[in-house]
Design a protein around this ligand. Sequence first.
Ligand code: 3HC
Length: 293
Amino acid sequence: MEIKKIAVLGAGQMGNGIAHVCAQAGYEVIMRDIEQRFVDKGMETIKKNLERGLKKDRITQDEVDATLARITGELDLKAAVKDVDLVIEAIPEIVKLKLDTWREVDNFAPEHAILASNTSSISITQMAAVTKRPEKFIGMHFFNPVPVMGLVEIIKGQATDDETVKVIEEVSHKVGKKTVLVNEAPGFAVNRLLVPAINEAVFAIQEGVATVEDMDLAIKLGLNWPMGPLTLADFVGLDTLLYISDYFVEEFKDSKYRAPALLRKMVRAGWVGRKAGKGFYDYSGDEPKPMRF
Ligand code: 3HC
């Protein structure tokens, strides 16, 4: 089966990145969100990120123009998926929202289309089960920032067939990513490690072990991470981290995955990281300023 046209559901942080790399690889892309302002913001981000490449002579103006010309914005779900070969969903991590969306997509998308979720933790099998094509349902987990990060974690649900895995491996390779194949389990491979690691850094802050900037510097230089764990927490979004931690506790039935109280308090305050202008750092000035706890 050859994939030519892809619908990306969600134009946010992950969705616009996925639309960007798919269009740059030559696929026809429909980027769908529920309001025009979200679609416009997604398109703006794609333009900005393509221009980074242009400034560094990584791509030509013709490639930028051709990439942008391959992306169409859309608000209507039916119109977005009606004649595509692959649907990649990158909508918020809310189980009910995902299940409702997949039921609709399953009704509107052509029978041959593969359905892929970019979920960071939710069960692929649970989502596949609300469709009439669980064998064509798969997890396709990209990493932020999508144009830069080299991995797609491919997650096989209980009923996913080998042909679907093969097609999604090919698409991932064509968009320039390496792949790992993971059998379904909460958090798959990467977030199972990453989320407890970030939580442990937050526990350390909560207990007064180190300041935010020292914890970040320690891990950045001591472990050679590109970003310290608290900078990364702000980058991923504290709401997402809390959601995943709570989901882990529920799924693994193991309190070792519990979120620190500080993380929950910050989410309740709306300090969810870079996108909110405040998290473990305050982003209102020229340089991020570490917060005191
Ligand atoms: N979009 C596109 N390109 C970007 C970008 C963005 N948002 N941010 C940076 N870049 C590009 C830059 O243009 C630059 O390109 P070049 O190599 O061609 O010059 C390159 O990335 C490096 O950027 P900078 O020099 O500006 O900055 P850094 O060297 O600090 O790199 C970073 C920035 C790539 C974000 C790096 O800090 C990093 O890798 N951080 C860790 C990111 C990470 O761990 N992501 C995974 C999060 S977990 C996740 O997504 C899963 C989810 O389920 C929770």
